[in-house]
Unconditional design. Structure first.
Length: 248
């Protein structure tokens, strides 16, 4: 993926443009897609981001928050500041207010594979709605009724993963959040870990509106199978999943 247009992260002093977003404990890391180094907010975020770390630590941990209209903000854990475009279009974590970026997916041609989605998620008790919405890398959104299936081309899954939303309404864990509806749909990201193994995926937390959106991992189970490059994901409602909330 690239971040915006011509915005740069230094790589050992040389400008780079293509990166991967990688889920790590405590947040996300930004990895140079060519050299494989992780971006760091050096000097407590005062220096421009530079991808020169072999592994991510505290200075290489970021939060990514969806701000609507397919734009995200990035903040550094080390100082809580938002990444903005500084001089020479270098990115630096120095702003008290969020700048937003578009993530433009890039996928190597050698990673051709497919993921057959089977939606077996039942609606909440008394509900009648398409229970699953898929969010693909090209901003396509697709609703699936219980019993429907859809073949996802692996090239349409971004480095952030395949967005999966359970379309029931659920209360946020910690009360209302500014600019967000409550109750809201529940989301998560299905992210490939080892391309070449249909069982090597991880489920990541949602990152849309607010710090505590409802998490679909509490409601939806994902069973993976198949033989690479033809993978299968079966979605079902967890037996102990709470029912929908119609007010909070």
């Amino acid at each position: 993926m690239s971040i915006g247009t011509n915005n740069q992260i230094l790589t050992a002093g040389t400008a780079a443009f293509k990166y991967m977003i990688v889920a790590i404990p405590g947040g996300w890391a930004i990895k140079d897609g060519v050299a494989g180094q992780f971006a760091s907010a050096d000097n407590w975020g005062s220096n421009p981001l530079i991808a020169n770390r072999a592994s991510p630590g505290g200075w290489e941990t970021f939060n990514i928050t969806y701000r609507g209209n397919y734009r995200w903000s990035i903040s550094a854990n080390v100082n809580g500041r938002f990444v903005q475009v500084g001089s020479n279009r270098l990115l630096v974590a120095s702003s008290s207010t969020p700048s937003t970026f578009t993530f433009e997916p890039t996928t190597p041609a050698s990673t051709s594979w497919s993921l057959q989605i089977y939606n077996k998620v039942a609606p909440c008790a008394g509900g009648n709605y398409a229970t699953i919405k898929l969010f693909l890398a090209d901003y396509v959104q697709l609703n699936l009724q219980q019993g429907q299936t859809y073949m996802v081309n692996g090239t349409s899954i971004s480095n952030l993963g395949l967005g999966i939303q359970e379309n029931g309404m659920y209360c946020r864990c910690c009360g209302p959040e500014s600019g967000c509806i409550n109750p809201d749909n529940a989301g998560m990201q299905l992210q490939p870990v080892n391309r070449g193994d249909c069982q090597s995926f991880q489920l990541n937390d949602p990152f849309y509106c607010g710090a505590h959106p409802p998490n679909a991992k509490k409601f939806v189970a994902v069973a993976l199978s198949g033989n690479w490059p033809n993978c299968v994901a079966v979605l079902t409602r967890l037996p102990n999943a709470p029912n929908c909330d119609y007010s909070c």
